[in-house]
Design a protein around this ligand. Structure first.
Ligand code: NDP
Length: 290
C-alpha cells in the first residue's frame, strides 16, 4: 500500500495520474469541479471527496492537474488557509512566472510546493516514454519520489519554481516551430499536387537526420565564435530563394520569412560572413530586452 494522495482535477490528464496511482496500490482521494467525472475512478477504488475542503484535508500530499494557473487559484484560494503543513505538487501547465507566483503564495500559507511540467500525453502516463520535469522544493521532490516515479521519469531542474515550466515550454517552442516548418513545406509540395502523406514520407528521414544540427549549433553558441570555419555563411544563404519560391507558388511564406527576417537583421548588423547559429543573438533575452 503506497502513500495516500489527493488528486484535484479529473480531466484527461488528472484521470490518468489518479488511475496510475490506484493501479500501483496508492490510496487516492479525488476531486473534480464537475463531480460526475469522479464516478469511473470511484468504481476503480478512489475515494471521491464531497468538497474541495474534504479533498485537501484527506492527505498530506495534494496533486493539482487543472486547466491553467487561474483555475488553480479559483480552486485553492478558498481552502489554502487550512492547508498549512500540506504539500502541493502542481502539474497544471503554467508559465514560469505563474509557477513562481504559486510557489510564493503557497509558502506564505505554510504549504510546501513543487511545480511539475508533464512532457507526455495521458496514455503515456505510467509508461517508460513519459517524462515529467520538476522545480521548486528539492525536499518535496525527494520525499515524493515514490509517488512521482509511478507516472514518469522524474527530473529535478532546480529550486527556482519556474524552471520546469521554462524547460517544458522551450522544448515545445522548438517542436511547434519544427511542425510549422513541416506544414509550410507540405503546402509548397501541395501546390504542385504532391500529397501531404507523400511529402511526410520524404521529409521525415531528412528532417530527422537534420536534428544533428542542434549539437553543431549548440557547440558554436557555447564556443562563443559564430565565425568558426566550415559553416555556410548567412550571406551565402539568406533564404530569399525559399521565400521567393513559396510566393511564386502562391503559398504564404510566413514561417520561413520569420527565419529570413532574423538572418537579414544579422547581415545588416555586419555578421553576414558568420554561420546560421548567429540568429541566436537576435533571439536571446538580452537583445529582446533592449
Ligand atoms: P482537460 O480539459 O481534460 O481537463 C481540465 C480539467 O480542469 C477538468 O478537470 C476541469 O474540470 C478542470 N477545470 C477547468 N477550469 C476549472 C476551474 N476554473 N476550476 C476548477 N477546475 C477547473 O485537460 P487535461 O486533463 O488534458 O489537462 C490538465 C492540465 O494538464 C493542463 O494544464 C494541461 O496543459 C496539462 N497537460 C495536459 C497534457 C495532455 O496531453 N492532455 C499534456 C501535458 C500537460 P471540469 O471537469 O469541471 O470542467
Amino acid at each position: 500500500q503506497g502513500a495516500g494522495v489527493t488528486v484535484l482535477g479529473l480531466g484527461a490528464m488528472g484521470s490518468a495520474l489518479a488511475t496510475t496511482l490506484l493501479d500501483a496500490g496508492h490510496a487516492v482521494t479525488v476531486w473534480n469541479r464537475t463531480s460526475a467525472r469522479a464516478v469511473d475512478l470511484s468504481a476503480r477504488g478512489a475515494q471521491a471527496a464531497s468538497s474541495i475542503g474534504a479533498a485537501v484535508a484527506a492527505n498530506p500530499l495534494i496533486v493539482a492537474c487543472l486547466l491553467d494557473h487561474a483555475s488553480v487559484h479559483e480552486t485553492l484560494d478558498p481552502v489554502i488557509a487550512g492547508m498549512r503543513g500540506s504539500t502541493l505538487v502542481n502539474l497544471t501547465t503554467t508559465t514560469p512566472n505563474e509557477a513562481r507566483e504559486l510557489a510564493t503564495w503557497a509558502a506564505g500559507h505554510g504549504v510546501d510546493h513543487l511545480d511539475g511540467a508533464i512532457m507526455a500525453t495521458p496514455p503515456m502516463i505510467g509508461t517508460p516514454e513519459a517524462s515529467i520535469l520538476y522545480s521548486g522544493s528539492r525536499d518535496v521532490f525527494d520525499a515524493s519520489r515514490p509517488v512521482l516515479d509511478r507516472w514518469a521519469t522524474s527530473t529535478y531542474d532546480g529550486a527556482d519554481a519556474g524552471l520546469a515550466s521554462l524547460v517544458d515550454l522551450a522544448m515545445l517552442s522548438g517542436m511547434y516551430s519544427m511542425f510549422a516548418g513541416f506544414l509550410h513545406g507540405a503546402a509548397m509540395a501541395g501546390s504542385v499536387g504532391i500529397s501531404a502523406t507523400e511529402f511526410a514520407a520524404r521529409a521525415t528521414p531528412f528532417l530527422s537526420a537534420m536534428t544533428d544540427g542542434f549539437e553543431h549549433f549548440a557547440g558554436v553558441i557555447d564556443g562563443g565564435d559564430y565565425a568558426v570555419p566550415g559553416q555556410q555563411s548567412l550571406d551565402f544563404s539568406d533564404l530569399s530563394h525559399i521565400v521567393r519560391a513559396s510566393e511564386e507558388q502562391g503559398v504564404r511564406p510566413t514561417t520561413i520569412a520569420a527565419v529570413q527576417e532574423l538572418i537579414s537583421e544579422q547581415i545588416a548588423d555586419g555578421h553576414g560572413a558568420e554561420g546560421f547559429a548567429r540568429i541566436y543573438e537576435s533571439l536571446r533575452a538580452e537583445r529582446t530586452a533592449k
